[in-house]
Design a protein around this ligand. Structure first.
Ligand code: GLY
Ligand code: MN
Ligand code: MN
Length: 442
């Protein structure tokens, strides 16, 4: 690991330690314990889904694979980690601590969670973050997952440190060869399954290590927002391809979507180009003090313009938005925070901790705050042909404003989404995804 990583990580932990210590002082805690998590088998089963440590833990130590480990903060002391390396010949235990991260805290290697259990009962006012069923003991005398403290930790995580920005940038760079390989596989007529294999092979990460399950959607499947299958056989025709797939770096996520049209799909290709231009204009507005709700509303106007230009809707863009027509074509939010979780925390909370619920007309919007330097957000406008939502539009009084023949022609292409990860700064935004596509050449 380069020296720069050690430095960035040490500064990150210092910053978070100071955030945590002020929250603890304010809320009257002398000790904060954070459990990594542990793999939990499925119900009545001995098999567990792929494991990843809790994001609160990963946002403090770069160990997404650590299990049965415990992190402790006490004011004025170095953070302490009980790092569990069990003697296990059924599984490969986690690797030895590496100095680039381990030098920044006090690490004790233990072979079982028994080694730290007594910390839960130690005297002093303490808070514990973790799941009881994963801790395998009760919370002792600790306050379990205290809301106010977690809100303060979440708030700190909204402003990414240089270490976090570095990791998200590297995760984006890692995903780029995958997106290129996937586009090539699509143009060669591959199945969804084979496209996914091409993606994973180029990213050099297993699906279990990715921050979320890749969405690999051919044709109409692109209209299913979180399409979760990958068909093993190619479809009879390849009209369009939407891929929403990321990569991880030290537990931090990239979340990238691209959409492609086959050469014979001029009409859909024009929609993709218009969406790409609109998306870049939106990315350029990712600036300090911008209200994300307003940017989302502006996205509806951009979608309306595309609907009008593509001949789908015969109505002025402002009127389309007012009438709620665009919500039938663009039913999700413009974007969300991204970090140690792909949908990162505190999107619905103001910096002072008060609730910022999404507007009634936009319930799926995951981020309702004013942007601040250090925020990293996704910008992911889309336009889809979703039968269920189109049926509702057809049944409404606005049906006569829709060119249903144009809709029918585009229906087999499913939809378009373009998604980048963008850093808010004091000045111009930094589009980490487009930057990665420029930096990483094939
Ligand atoms: N990949 C899920 C999302 O874009 O939010
Ligand atoms: Mn996203
Ligand atoms: Mn995505």
């Amino acid at each position: 690991m380069p020296r720069q990583d050690a430095l960035l990580y040490a500064r990150h932990l210092e910053r978070r330690q100071s955030d945590i210590e002020s929250a603890m002082a304010e809320l009257g805690y002398d000790r904060l314990l954070i459990h990594s998590g542990r793999p939990m088998p499925r119900f009545f089963d001995d098999q567990a889904p792929p494991y990843r440590a809790n994001a609160v833990f990963v946002s403090l130590v770069p160990l997404p694979e650590a299990a049965d480990s415990l992190l402790e903060f006490r004011p004025g002391r170095r953070p302490r980690l009980w790092y569990c390396q069990p003697g296990d010949y059924w599984h490969l235990p986690p690797p030895d601590p590496e100095s680039w991260w381990a030098d920044a805290l006090d690490v004790e290697v233990v072979d079982s969670p028994k080694a730290w259990r007594d910390r839960l009962d130690a005297p002093a006012a303490r808070a514990l973050i973790g799941r009881v069923e994963e801790l395998q003991v009760d919370a002792g005398r600790a306050d379990l997952n205290p809301e106010q403290l977690i809100a303060r930790l979440d708030e700190a995580r909204t402003r990414k440190t240089a270490w976090e920005r570095h990791c998200i940038g590297l995760a984006n760079e890692r995903a780029v060869p995958g997106h290129r390989a996937a586009a090539r596989a699509f143009s060669q007529g591959a199945s969804e399954h084979d496209i996914q294999l091409a993606y994973l092979s180029a990213v050099r990460q297993d699906q279990d290590a990715l921050p979320y399950s890749s969405i690999v959607a051919l044709n109409e499947h692109a209209a299913v927002l979180h399409y979760q299958h990958r068909q093993s056989m190619p479809p009879a025709r390849h009209s369009s391809f939407l891929i929403d797939a990321g990569a991880s770096q030290a537990g931090y996520a990239a979340d990238i979507t691209r959409t492609y049209a086959m050469a014979d799909q001029d009409e859909f290709a024009a929609v993709i180009s218009a969406m790409d231009r609109a998306q870049q204009r939106l990315c350029d507005q990712v600036r300090a003090d911008v209200d994300f709700v307003e940017l989302h509303q502006e996205t509806h106007r951009a979608v309306a313009v595309i609907c009008e230009q593509a001949g789908l809707v015969r109505m002025a863009p402002e009127d389309q938005v007012e009438a709620g027509i665009t919500s039938h074509f663009f039913p999700h939010g413009l974007g969300h925070f991204i970090g140690a979780q792909v949908h990162d925390v505190a999107g619905h909370r103001a910096p002072d901790g008060s609730a910022l619920p999404p507007p009634t007309r936009h319930p799926a919007l995951r981020l309702t705050r004013r942007l601040e330097p250090g925020n990293v957000v996704t910008i992911e406008p889309g336009l889809y042909f979703i039968p269920m939502l189109l049926d509702a539009l057809k049944a409404s009084s606005y049906s006569r404003h829709i060119d249903w023949q144009a809709v029918e022609r585009l229906l087999p292409c499913g939809g378009v989404r373009i998604e980048d990860n963008v850093l808010v700064t004091e000045g111009d935004p930094v589009n980490l995804t487009r930057q990665a596509f420029e930096t990483i050449q094939d």
